[in-house]
Design a binder for this molecule. Structure first.
Ligand code: PLP
Length: 384
């Protein structure tokens, strides 16, 4: 038989996160490689979804989502993100932030186009771009504070560069882009006529009194920005697949049509559940969530420091990159495997987040875990 796989399948590899999860299961370890929030979902969210199902909200929705959810998102974008939207024109509800980003890529980019990706990057950003035939070009954030160098960005831009991808707060390094950095990136985007894609799925996970800033709130780039986010993390509903893209009217319609083509729509009753959550949950829900994760961050960073695996304490999101150069091994995979074998704690090798070898001394721990699992992992880390 001469039937071959597609070109794309040659570029899609088994993710290191999945690999480490399998290795972790094999030794019955504690899995800090994968980000699964095991908090219960908020009551209004489940009540809203159940009521919607019982009242017959079980059909295809409009290509860009139900009005209840678009209205709720518009309100939240105004109050939390400082972005004005018309729920009839600027919002596309999709299958999670993942679906929203893929739809936006297919609506706005062509095969062969380039998009700037900061490394360490989130693997899905790279894979999604590749799936659309887009070439990621990399700008490296520098330790210890994951700072960016605008001159490096200008250097890697070519006539084929069409966009820049920002993830704030970032997975895996937890960077929150500052006002000054966003202003620098806005200038670069305007000067080079780039689309600004921004993934803000961790927008409520911000620590040490920091504030989340949405690039789309900057007037100078509002029209060229596609803001992507969703409720997987905020409402602990990763399996529901509800996210959205916000963009100017002209783009939003096409992003919506592509969303319709690939996913048809987000799950109808779950859209109502999320809308109910946004409408009913008080500010203290979000501040409480943030406080819980802040305490988890401090707990794991203290244990890592005690273990001599220096953490780069994240400003936001729920992952921590740590320097494992003191562990034996020729690369990050060997060091992560050493740790798994010694103490039964799984983390993701840093190589998963870089195009080159800059991640070989790093591993990523996810601290979106139950208190019991996190406590046990911390006590094992201290024995390392
Ligand atoms: N964006 C980032 C940066 C993530 O880390 C994740 C999940 O880990 C997602 C998006 C996935 O979001 P969703 O579940 O809404 O597709």
């Amino acid at each position: 038989m001469e039937i071959k796989f597609s070109r794309l399948s040659g570029e899609i590899s088994q993710s290191e996160i999945r690999n480490m999860s399998i290795e972790c299961d094999a030794v019955g370890g504690i899995n800090l490689s994968q980000g699964i929030c095991d908090l219960p979902l908020p009551e209004p969210v489940s009540r809203g979804a159940k009521a919607a199902m019982d009242s017959g909200e079980n059909h295809y929705t409009r290509y860009d989502g139900l009005p209840e959810l678009r209205n709720a998102i518009a309100k939240k974008m105004r109050s939390y993100n400082n972005i004005q939207t018309d729920p009839e024109k600027n919002i596309t509800v999709s299958a999670g932030a993942t679906g929203a980003f893929y739809s936006a890529c297919l609506a706005l980019l062509n095969p062969g186009d380039e998009v700037i990706l900061f490394e360490p990057y989130y693997g899905y950003h790279e894979s999604t771009l590749k799936a659309a035939g887009v070439v990621p070009i990399f700008a490296t954030l520098r330790t210890p504070d994951w700072s960016l160098d605008p001159r490096e960005i200008e250097r890697i831009i070519t006539p084929r560069t069409r966009g820049i991808m920002i993830c704030t707060p970032a997975n895996p390094c937890g960077k929150i882009f500052s006002e000054r950095e966003l202003a620098q990136l806005a200038e670069i985007a305007i000067h080079n006529d780039l689309i600004v894609f921004t993934d803000e799925i961790y927008e409520y996970f911000v620590y040490d009194g920091r504030k989340h800033l949405s690039p789309g709130a900057l007037e100078s780039i509002a029209d060229r920005t596609v803001t992507i986010s969703g409720y997987s993390k905020t409402f602990s509903i990763t399996g529901w697949r509800i996210g959205y893209a916000i963009s100017n009217e002209k783009w939003a319609q096409m992003i919506g049509y592509i969303n319709d083509l690939i996913y048809v729509c987000g799950p109808a009753p779950l859209q109502i559940g999320v809308a109910t959550g946004i409408e009913e949950l008080p500010d203290t829900y979000y501040s409480g969530l943030c406080q819980q994760y802040y305490e988890k961050r401090n707990k794991i960073c203290a244990a890592l420091n005690d273990a001599g695996i220096t953490p780069y304490a994240p400003q936001g999101a729920y992952y921590v990159l740590a320097d494992v150069s003191r562990l034996p091994g020729a690369n990050s995979k060997e060091r992560a495997m050493f740790m798994l074998k010694q103490i039964g704690v799984a983390a993701v090798p840093g190589s998963a987040f870089y195009s080159g070898d800059a991640g070989e001394k790093l591993v990523r721990f996810c601290f979106a875990k139950s208190e019991a699992a996190l406590d046990e992992a911390c006590s094992r880390l201290r024995k390392l």
